[in-house]
Design a protein. Structure first.
Length: 368
């Protein structure tokens, strides 16, 4: 979504069918071997060595070997700042998030001091997921061709990262490009222009030393966009994409948009019968890539009973989608026509989510 806090979801509705999606959440962890008490007089087998005990690990690309990261884009509510909104959200949730999601545009350098503070906060260490729009008013084609001012900003960003924030973090280059595509040749905003822009920014950033950026390609992920003839052309290439993400939301009252995680992660729609679902598309076209829900939310217009059911069934439903490795909630209010995703303290749905996040088999490893 946009780089500013959003107060409406009108643009998520495309035609009569709509294209807002839902998402889901839960965290997956490996079980540790535990010995059982033995009857008196029986010999007890020696405990396995620490080396033999299975443990969750985190790969070089921040992929958990078990579990799913849970994060949030905690939008400011009321008079909150972005920095104040995150701990307020965590207080409602009853636990720190694994991923803190923020939005940035060139030429302003990132992460800001507030973002770094949240990443390094003692006892609440978090991974950062940073969306970045580097174009500075240029077309995608102009950036791909090597606009000197944009290149200068990319170089400055790379130097800032190497000197100020060397930790690994998730980086999305211009999220949700679908609705900005102008298919006409020469528009500067074709799907191929986007892919070329993404590649140039990613490769230049890495070449200048910012190798700590774990690159995410983030789609809106809806059936409407998936069936567009240019959709496949958006992908920048497996060599510059570490994770693939979608931004699904769940709202009512249309039953086609009110299911749980399976309907969100892999949504199909009667109006677009050729679309297999985002998860199916991503895992078949780019096998092995971890998948992230970079934004997801459950609208309060579903009602507390249905909203709670979405959260409570997530731990079990996620087993059907083993490539989903991160879920990042979009917490916002005042969405007018389709409700709000805000999680309110003490509500039935929040209690259901808190319980789901405690599921031991859904717990991720410690943040490195």
């Amino acid at each position: 979504m946009s780089s500013q806090p959003r107060k409406g979801w009108t643009r998520w509705l495309v035609g009569a069918g709509g294209c807002a999606l839902v998402a889901a959440v839960a965290l997956v962890s490996c079980a540790l071997v535990r010995g059982e008490d033995q009857p008196s007089g029986q010999r007890t087998a020696p405990a396995p060595s620490p080396q033999a005990t299975p443990r969750c690990t985190v790969s070089a690309l921040l992929v958990p070997s078990c579990g799913v990261w849970f994060g949030a884009a905690a939008n400011p509510l009321g008079d909150e700042s972005w920095d104040e909104a995150l701990p307020a959200f965590e207080n409602v949730l009853g636990r720190p998030v694994d991923i803190a999601h923020y939005y940035n545009s060139s030429p302003k350098l990132f992460p800001t001091a507030d973002m770094i503070k949240r990443a390094r906060e003692p006892g609440r260490k978090r991974l950062l997921l940073l969306n970045w729009k580097p174009e500075m008013g240029r077309t995608w084609a102009e950036v791909a061709a090597g606009d000197p001012e944009v290149d200068k900003a990319i170089d400055a960003q790379a130097e800032y990262l190497t000197t100020t924030f060397p930790e690994k973090f998730f980086l999305t280059i211009h999220h949700e490009p679908e609705e900005e595509v102008r298919p006409a040749a020469g528009s500067g905003f074709t799907a191929k222009d986007y892919a070329a822009m993404y590649r140039r920014v990613a490769l230049r950033l890495k070449a200048k030393g910012a190798t700590n950026a774990i690159l995410v390609m983030t789609y809106r992920g809806s059936p409407y966009w998936g069936v567009q003839p240019w959709f496949e052309q958006l992908y920048p290439g497996d060599d510059v994409v570490d994770w693939i993400a979608e931004d699904p939301y769940l709202f009512g009252p249309d039953p086609e948009f009110s299911g749980g995680i399976s309907q969100a992660v892999n949504r199909t729609q009667k109006a677009y019968p050729t679309w297999p679902g985002f998860y199916t598309w991503a895992t078949s076209k780019h096998p092995g890539k971890p998948i992230m829900l970079a934004e997801w939310g459950v609208s309060d217009n579903l009602g507390e009973v249905k909203r709670s059911a979405v959260f409570s069934t997530m731990p079990g439903q996620l087993t059907a989608f083993p490539q989903v490795k991160a879920l990042v909630y979009w917490n916002e209010t005042d969405f007018k026509d389709i409700g709000a995703t805000e999680l309110k303290p003490g509500s039935q749905s929040v209690n259901a989510l808190r319980t789901a996040l405690k599921s031991p088999q859904r717990k991720p490893p410690p943040i490195p």
